[in-house]
Design a protein around this ligand. Structure first.
Ligand SMILES: [Zn+2]
Length: 421
């Protein structure tokens, strides 16, 4: 009776399923509604299956959550699975599934046939699960639940901080972090002004109808002191990242601030500063960031470590040569990140060490220094060159994509909360 699945049979199966569904609901369908499906009675109705692919009519399905101090052993034992079988499961799970990772609150299902448990599903995360069967020998399978993505938009005006502006709009704080990352090179988030405006097009993610958080920001714009800066996400499998409307990268060859968040500047770059300890006037060829001891410090750009050691008043110092033009130095570190030593290559954003107050320092801070052709320059005011822009071959596709995103950005400002495409 089962035919080889050809494209047409597959189509019929789908139509059959639709008819089955509507038939089940209305309990009557007449020939006029069925259009021209002929082999209908040859197609078995698709039985309902649950999220994990189990046929619901075959099993008693017990869904619950892992409780404190519960293990797979305790749960299965309670459902009548023999210690020998559980032991067999534990053996088979080695290297495949870490059963010690069960956390109270995680969901699970036990499947029983004729009062005998034969399968267990462990929902490990909102989207990942593992199936354990032991009917004919132990079998372990992993699966993922599809994430539904809806495009949402948000816009707002800065009143106090970006975080406040966004939480007033009822949107996750995660969006603030993502926006800050996109604009890290181009907008000084500590220089935001009351009245600055922003809009964003972003993904909201759902699993089985339940909200699990935001996904990627697809487009954003910032109006900062009357300057409009747009950013669009592009990924065609070859090139990926955020670009402006002309295809210039939103990233810079170097980060302005070598931290994930902008700490307070406690002392600016100056040619003539009164030194807090020496009490003499001397140049300060760096920017001091006050941050708690242990705050991770990031490499401002790709490069090679040229120095990582303790050196006099500098304390623990790291120096990076980025290319033939730029060098950076990081002073007073409490310690170096593991593996950081002279000769090692680092990537932009990689943790190289931690804030401290070694050497001549009155409190925990980072003295961050930027050199261009061996001359110290002010990293706070310097206009960093952009990193590689969009390949010209992709510009056509890019411009088409951003046209759609622009419409969504515009719709967010008209007060439309949710847009879909
Ligand atoms: Zn300094």
């Amino acid at each position: 009776m089962l035919r080889k699945i050809s494209g047409i049979t597959f189509l019929l199966l789908i139509i059959g399923f639709l008819v089955y569904k509507s038939g089940a609901e209305s309990n009557s369908f007449n020939d006029q509604n069925v259009v021209t499906v002929q082999d209908l009675d040859e197609i078995p109705p698709t039985p309902p299956i649950d999220t994990y692919g189990f046929e619901e009519y075959r099993f008693d399905i017990i869904e619950s959550r892992i409780e404190r101090n519960e293990s797979l052993y305790i749960i299965l034992n309670r459902h009548g699975v023999s210690p020998e079988t559980i032991h067999q499961i534990q053996l088979e799970a080695r290297g495949v599934l870490n059963l010690n990772r069960m956390i109270p609150g995680q969901r699970y299902r036990v499947y029983k046939e004729d009062n005998t448990a034969t399968a267990f599903v462990w929902r490990r995360t909102s989207t990942e699960y593992s199936i354990i069967r032991w009917e004919n020998g132990v079998e372990i399978q992993h699966g993922t639940i599809p994430v539904e993505v809806r495009i949402s938009t948000v816009s707002g005006t800065i009143r106090s901080s970006l975080a406040n502006a966004i939480s007033n709009e009822g949107v996750s704080q995660r969006l603030v972090v993502e926006l800050a990352n996109i604009y890290a090179w181009t907008v000084d988030f500590y220089g935001l002004r009351v009245g600055d405006q922003f809009s964003a097009v972003y993904e909201d993610r759902f699993v089985e109808g339940e909200y699990i958080g935001i996904g990627r920001i697809k487009a954003a714009e910032f109006e900062h002191r009357g300057n409009l800066r747009k950013a669009y996400y592009f990924d065609n499998g070859i090139q990926e990242g955020y670009f402006d409307e002309e295809g210039n990268s939103m990233r810079r060859a170097m980060m302005r601030v070598p931290f994930e968040y902008n700490p307070r500047i406690s002392s600016n770059f100056s040619h003539n500063r009164l030194h807090p300890i020496l009490n003499q006037r001397r140049p300060h060829y760096g920017t001091d960031y006050a941050a708690p001891t242990g705050t991770p410090i990031l490499a401002a750009g790709d490069g090679v470590i040229t120095e990582a050691q303790r050196r006099g008043g500098n304390g623990n110092i790291v120096q990076i040569r980025h290319n033939s033009v730029y060098k950076t130095a990081y002073l007073h570190l409490s310690r170096f990140a593991s593996g950081i030593r002279a000769g090692v290559e680092v990537k932009q954003g990689q943790v190289i060490g931690y804030v401290g107050q070694t050497g001549l320092a009155t409190g925990p801070h980072l003295c961050y220094r930027l050199y261009k052709n061996n001359s110290p320059i002010n990293s706070v005011t310097y206009d960093f060159p952009p990193s590689e822009g969009l390949n010209q071959d992709f510009m056509g596709q890019y411009l088409q994509e951003i046209k759609k995103l622009d419409e969504l950005l515009l719709s967010s400002k008209r007060g439309v909360d949710l847009a879909m495409y």
